[in-house]
Design a protein around this ligand. Structure first.
Ligand code: ZN
Length: 111
């Protein structure tokens, strides 16, 4: 959870070039917090743990349904298929390697 939040803060350096991936980490954080809150509420109101399976199934369904929004990360370049750097994978929306599209340096606006 903390790692996702740290990643989200790091992604802010890339501004517009990583807006989609920054939004994805934010949504993933909301999803995890939501699951924690539901588990806490179930515990507080002494609801049987079996119902958590239903909540987990709903969360998994939401995850699959919105996978393009939640998981825009790719190891491969979108143009040539070569591996991209971890920074590009986690922070650059273009998903392209340096050879296909030179990236702006951290904090530089691309648009
Ligand atoms: Zn490439």
């Amino acid at each position: 959870m903390v790692l996702v939040w740290v990643l989200h803060l790091y992604q802010r350096k890339f501004r517009d070039a990583g807006a989609r991936k920054r939004a994805a980490t934010q949504w993933l954080t909301f999803l995890v917090i939501g699951l924690w809150m539901v588990a806490w509420l179930f515990h507080q109101f002494r609801i049987s743990d079996e119902w958590l399976i239903l909540v987990a199934a709903l969360a998994a369904g939401l995850f699959v349904w919105q996978r393009r929004l939640l998981l825009p990360f790719s190891w491969r370049c979108a143009q040539c298929g070569k591996s991209v750097s971890i920074v590009c994978m986690m922070c650059q929306d273009s998903n392209t390697c340096e050879a296909c599209e030179p990236h702006a340096t951290e904090g530089e606006r691309t648009r």
